[in-house]
Design a protein around this ligand. Structure first.
Ligand SMILES: [Zn+2]
Ligand SMILES: [Zn+2]
Length: 411
């Protein structure tokens, strides 16, 4: 066999190898998404195609449209009006037609006015989805309350609308709504996940109430919309503080597992920007998966194979029996500090809740387990401040990593 033939055969075998590899076992990679967004289907101020277009054109790979108590299906007509309170003026319809094409918009006359039909998720999928590029997750924000406390839940990948379930306490209302989502998932044998939304909005859910929820282990650690009190106040813990209290209670007292925290936008405003508005692009999750499919994304969320971010990108995170390692995807001129946070057992009882166990400026950042931690989580703090945030929420850019139990694999 001459050299040329050898090269050709080796190249052929190599191509076979890569083709087979990429088809059957593509490498794990990161996918960015937002699981909380509103549109004209409820109280968002933009048509759903504009919402989809914003996320797709800003580097997101998946998006859940989660309007209040409604799925984006069937016929819904939105009045076209310049009157105060109307979200769809004639100018915005002109803009939509220009952006998406003459035939895209469907209008009709009504008694004394006009209205536009909202695009369904099926129509949006056809226009925006592309394999390996962009994926919609069908969503609904189940928007219940107990007294003056809003108790909201995002069901992701559900099939049928879930009405609010009510309850005679915060705890009972949480339990019943989460159970309704779990019931649909079990009945349809389908991956449907549910996260508890904005616990600190109107201080609706205490850390103890969050901790005691058994039906889901997912909650919003960071919600970018106005009034969500992510940073807490003088008398209430921040959402990170809530997380540490809840984790400690679950693991030390309640016999429950870890809770994972998501960062979301909860976008309502696409035309006015600033701290007084609920704008896109404030908080997101990045999941690790081989493929951009509903199953893979939801599985990564369920098992905690994701991180939450308001600006910091990661290259990798991993843990084994002895250590937790975080690798930052650094940007020039930015300094990063990584903190490993957890609660240790001291004489068999929880010590300081949410103690900073180790802080380092190294990249990768490594924490060696001591063996007395109930859990360990990590956060990366950027030297750059977040530029897009709600009033009262000014903070550095972060990446938040999910907690692990030393010596144990992820759930
Ligand atoms: Zn809400
Ligand atoms: Zn919302």
């Amino acid at each position: 066999m001459n050299r040329k033939t050898t090269v050709i055969i080796l190249s052929f075998l190599f191509l076979l190898g890569t083709a087979g590899g990429s088809n059957r076992h593509p490498a794990e990679r990161w996918w960015k998404g937002n699981t909380h967004t509103h549109s004209l289907w409820s109280d968002g101020d933009a048509a759903p195609e504009l919402v989809a277009d914003w996320y797709r054109s800003h580097g997101y790979h998946f998006l859940a449209l989660t309007d209040h108590d409604i799925l984006s299906e069937g016929e819904k007509w939105c009045p076209i009006s310049d009157s105060p309170g109307s979200e769809l003026g004639p100018g915005r319809v002109v803009d939509l037609r220009e952006r998406f094409g003459e035939g895209w918009i469907v209008e009709r006359a009504t008694d004394g006015g006009r209205e536009m039909r909202l695009k369904t998720l099926a129509e949006l999928r056809e226009r925006f989805e592309a394999p390996g590029e962009f994926l919609f997750i069908q969503g609904e924000e189940i928007s219940d309350s107990f007294g003056s406390k809003p108790l909201h839940f995002n069901a992701l990948n559900l099939v049928a609308h879930i009405p609010t379930q009510g309850g005679d306490s915060v705890q009972e209302t949480l339990r019943r709504n989460v159970a309704a989502v779990v019931e649909q998932a079990d009945r349809l044998n389908r991956p449907i996940v549910v996260h508890i939304n904005h616990p600190n909005w109107i201080w609706a859910i205490t850390p103890e109430e969050l901790a005691a929820e058994r039906g889901t282990h997912l909650f919003e650690l960071y919600n970018g919309s106005t009034g969500c009190n992510n940073l807490g106040d003088e008398t209430h813990p921040s959402m990170e503080g809530v997380w540490d209290i809840a984790l400690t209670l679950r693991l030390a007292e309640l016999g429950l597992g870890l809770m994972y925290g998501l960062a979301v936008d909860d976008t309502h405003n696409y035309f006015s920007f600033g701290p007084d508005y609920s704008n896109p692009g404030r908080g997101w999750i990045v999941v690790r998966a081989r493929r951009l499919t509903l199953e893979a994304v939801l599985d990564a969320v369920r098992t905690g194979d994701f991180y939450s971010s308001t600006g910091v990108d990661l290259k990798d995170f991993r843990h084994n029996r002895t250590r937790y390692v975080v690798e930052i995807d650094e940007e020039a001129d930015v300094i990063y500090t990584t903190q490993f946070i957890g609660t240790r057992l001291v004489d068999g009882r929880p010590g300081e809740v949410g103690e900073v166990l180790h802080e380092t400026a190294e990249n990768p950042a490594t924490y060696r387990f001591r063996g007395d931690e109930l859990y360990v989580r990590a956060r990366v703090i950027s030297s750059r401040m977040q530029s897009n945030y709600a009033a009262g929420e000014e903070a550095p850019e972060y990446a938040w990593l999910q907690p692990v139990i030393p010596g144990r694999r992820r759930r």
